[in-house]
Ligand binder design. Structure first.
Ligand code: AP5
Ligand code: MG
Length: 220
C-alpha cells in the first residue's frame, strides 16, 4: 500500500519510535527520518557535527536546536522525501517544531499528523536496557520482547554480530527521560492545538502498536 504522508512520531526514549517507523516504512514506502540515527552516523564518521555532539549524546542530553534544525533542513530537501516521511525523534523542542512548520510550508507540503506513542516512565528502563541491534543491517531487537527467531542470528540479514548503544544504560536513560519531560513533551500540546495530534497506547505489544498506528494513518 503506497502512502505519501508526512508524519511525526513523538514519545519518550524506548517508546518504540524506531521500531514503528521501520514498520511504517516497510508497509507504505514512506521513509524513516531518524535524527538519532543521523547523529550516530555523524559520530561514527567523526564528521565535524559528530565531534561536536558525541559527548552530549553519550550523556543523554539533547543536542542544540541549531545543529538539529540545520541537519533536518538539508535532509528534507532530498528527492526521496517526496515519498512521504516519518520523523522519528524530531522535533524534540518547541523551536524545532516551529522550524519544521516553516520548512514544510516553504515546500508547500504540510504535516499530516503527529502521533504520540504514549508509554509511562516505569516501562522505559526495561525497554532500553534490553535493546540490541544487528551490527550489520541495523535491525532492532529486544532480549525479552523482540528476540531473533534463531538466537544470535539476525532475522533480516543472517549476521551474528550485535551492538548496544552507548547511551543505553540505566543512568543515561534517566537523563534522557528528564530531557523528554522538560523539553520535548510540550510539543504534544503544540500539535494538539494545531489539530494534528493522535495518541496511541504504546504499552501494547509491538504488533498491536503497529496496527493502532496504521489505523490512525488511514485517517490522516
Ligand atoms: P534517539 O536515537 O532519537 O533516541 P530516543 O528518543 O532516546 O529514543 P530511542 O531510539 O532510545 O527509542 P525508540 O523510541 O526509537 O524505541 P525503539 O523502537 O528502539 O536519540 C538519541 C540521542 O540523540 C538523544 O538522546 C539526543 O542526544 C540526540 N538527539 C536525537 N534527536 C534529537 C533532536 N531532535 N534534538 C536534540 N537531540 C537529539 O524500542 C526500544 C526497545 O523496546 C527495542 O529493543 C524494541 O525492540 C522494544 N520495543 C519497542 N516497542 C515495544 C513494545 N510495544 N513492546 C515491547 N517492547 C518494545
Ligand atoms: Mg530510536
Amino acid at each position: 500500500m503506497a502512502v505519501v504522508k508526512r508524519i511525526v512520531l513523538i514519545g519518550p526514549p524506548g517508546c518504540g519510535k524506531g521500531t514503528q517507523a521501520k514498520r511504517i516504512e516497510d508497509a507504505t514506502g514512506m521513509i524513516q527520518l531518524s535524527t538519532g540515527d543521523m547523529l550516530r552516523k555523524a559520530v561514527a564518521d567523526a564528521s565535524p557535527v559528530g565531534l561536536k555532539v558525541k559527548a552530549v549524546m553519550e550523556a543523554g542530553q539533547l543536542v542544540s536546536d541549531e545543529i538539529i534544525i540545520e541537519m533536518v533542513t538539508d535532509r528534507i530537501k532530498a528527492p526521496d522525501c517526496a515519498k512521504g516521511f516519518i520523523l522519528d525523534g524530531f522535533p524534540r523542542s518547541i523551536p524545532q517544531a516551529e522550524a519544521l512548520g516553516s520548512m514544510l510550508s516553504e515546500n508547500g507540503q504540510p504535516l499530516n499528523g503527529a502521533i504520540e506513542i504514549r508509554v509511562p516512565d516505569e516501562f522505559i528502563v526495561e525497554r532500553i536496557t534490553g535493546r540490541f541491534t544487528c551490527a550489520k543491517c541495523g535491525a532492532g531487537y529486544h532480549e525479552k520482547f523482540q528476540k531473533p527467531v534463531k538466537e544470535g542470528v539476525c532475522d533480516k540479514c543472517g549476521a551474528t554480530d550485535f551492538s548496544h548503544r552507548k547511551d543505553d544504560n540505566e543512568e543515561t536513560v534517566r537523563t534522557r527521560l528528564s530531557a523528554y519531560h522538560d523539553v520535548t513533551q510540550p510539543i504534544v500540546g503544540f500539535y494538539e492545538k494545531a489539530g494534528l495530534l493522535k495518541v496511541v497506547d504504546g504499552t501494547q505489544n509491538i504488533d498491536q502498536v503497529a496496527a493502532s498506528i496504521m489505523k490512525v494513518l488511514e485517517t490522516l
